[in-house]
Design a protein around this ligand. Structure first.
Ligand code: DSN
Length: 420
């Protein structure tokens, strides 16, 4: 093996994505303005500690960048305090759990089949903190938390923390109602907005802190335009607890090249985030409606299918999620199999459903017309209406019309090996 062989693999990967429809709901593509930061000298440096109070010399420029990022994120989130050091969503949630709970506390979370993220569970961050898990009762029709039943359970169990936000996240969560319950039992509310951060900052989804969440954690690379890292915003009274939970709690150095990328993505969001969020939600709705018209079982039918970037489809009639996801991959449509609320965790490898996210194809400039075409390709792919070869050619033809990144300072090629 030579170093060039690894480059060749990256080039093949990039060509594959150039000719595919990337519809994984937790991904997005970054602009060259963000990506160039990854290659900078910042990626070689350490900056443990807080702005102006580092444990290393040589950090004054990094302090400047971190301060710019904090200010931009505070502005976008209308939040009193934001920490931008967590290097991933799970790390942000760990810090949230450290700040708001003690080992042995109970927390209420969505089960994974109901959309909850693994880090909210005993298998991951919550388990590492020694927390006891109680699941929210879930309304499968509304695809949301059943608030009346939750109230009864919460009054009996008295959890220390309510976790909101999800990985399968179609509709805003009842933050105000949960906040009221939390106040009565002296609990806190943590909202994991990883999936919807760009819709929140675009002003087109619920505003969790305004609605009563004490803490907002979020990764920055799903509907937000940033690199793979995360933020934590909180009410003012929690800022020291949150900052100390991040460092020295769960972060040492915090990957300064992606920090600079985050600053730039926040600038892009400030300028273009509103238009992007509006179009993303329109696209998700159009894709859901068209798939339903074609005959697929799209969840949330009575509620407009979705108010986010995601849709969920029950594909039990077509061989279940694993088979359908593979079938779609063979025609260059990249989605993931997904547990649906009635599944058990044991069905993770072959769940009832698939999840589709339109945030990346929206960044590439696709609109409602393209969503109709994608729906037809997906439907034909699932029911086997056309040959694999024809469907793949259709994907390639569609995708080659959308090779530029939009909603940024200057449109540019999305699929270059090295952007700078
Ligand atoms: N598990 C990821 C998702 O796809 O939603 C988030 O970490």
């Amino acid at each position: 093996m030579r170093y060039g062989d690894v480059y060749d693999i990256i080039k093949r990967h990039t060509s594959f994505y150039r000719d595919s429809l990337p519809l994984i709901a937790s991904e997005n593509i970054t602009s060259k303005f963000v990506r160039c930061c990854y290659l900078s000298d910042l990626g070689h440096r350490y900056a443990e500690g807080k702005i102006g109070e580092r444990f290393y010399e040589g950090c004054s420029f990094i302090d400047e960048i971190e301060q710019i990022t904090v200010d931009l994120m505070k502005d976008l989130l209308n939040a009193p305090h934001v920490n931008v050091q967590p290097i991933s969503g799970v790390v942000a949630n760990m810090a949230g759990f450290f700040a708001l709970t003690k080992p042995g506390d109970k927390i209420m979370v969505l089960s994974i089949p109901s959309g909850g993220h693994i880090s909210h569970e005993k298998y991951s961050a919550a388990g590492l903190r020694g927390l006891k898990i109680i699941h929210y009762p879930f309304d499968n029709e509304r695809m949301n938390i059943d608030i009346d039943k939750t109230e009864k359970i919460a009054e009996k169990e008295e959890p220390a923390l309510f976790v909101l936000g999800a990985s399968l996240f179609l509709f805003p969560h009842p933050v105000r109602e949960i906040h009221e319950i939390a106040e009565r039992i002296e609990a806190k509310v943590l909202y994991d907005g990883s999936h919807v951060l760009g819709l929140i900052t675009g002003g087109e989804f619920q505003q969790p802190i305004d609605e009563g969440a004490d803490v907002l954690t979020a990764s920055t690379h799903k509907t937000f335009f940033g690199p793979q890292r995360a933020i934590i915003a909180c009410k003012d009274y929690l800022k020291d607890k949150i900052d100390n939970a991040v460092f020295p709690g769960v972060v040492s150095n915090h990957h300064l090249n992606t920090l600079a990328g985050l600053a730039i993505s926040a600038m892009e969001m400030k300028l273009y985030g509103k238009d992007y969020a509006i179009q993303t939600i329109k696209n998700a709705k159009k894709l859901a409606e068209t798939l339903a018209e074609l005959g697929l079982k799209v969840l949330g039918e009575d509620y407009g299918y979705t108010e986010s970037h995601q849709i969920a489809v029950d594909v039990r009639d077509y061989g279940r999620g694993a088979k359908v996801a593979k079938k779609l991959e063979s025609i260059n449509v990249i989605i993931n199999k997904n547990l649906l609320p009635w599944d058990t965790i044991k069905e993770t490898n072959n769940p009832s459903g698939i999840r589709i996210g339109v945030q990346e194809v929206t960044r590439l400039g696709m609109k409602e017309r393209e969503m109709e075409e994608i729906a037809e390709i997906i439907y034909n792919g699932i029911i086997g209406k056309d040959t694999q070869l024809n469907l793949k050619k259709r994907v390639v033809r569609l995708k080659r019309r959308f090779t530029k990144i939009k909603y940024t300072f200057e449109e540019h090629e999305a699929y270059s090996f090295l952007p700078c």
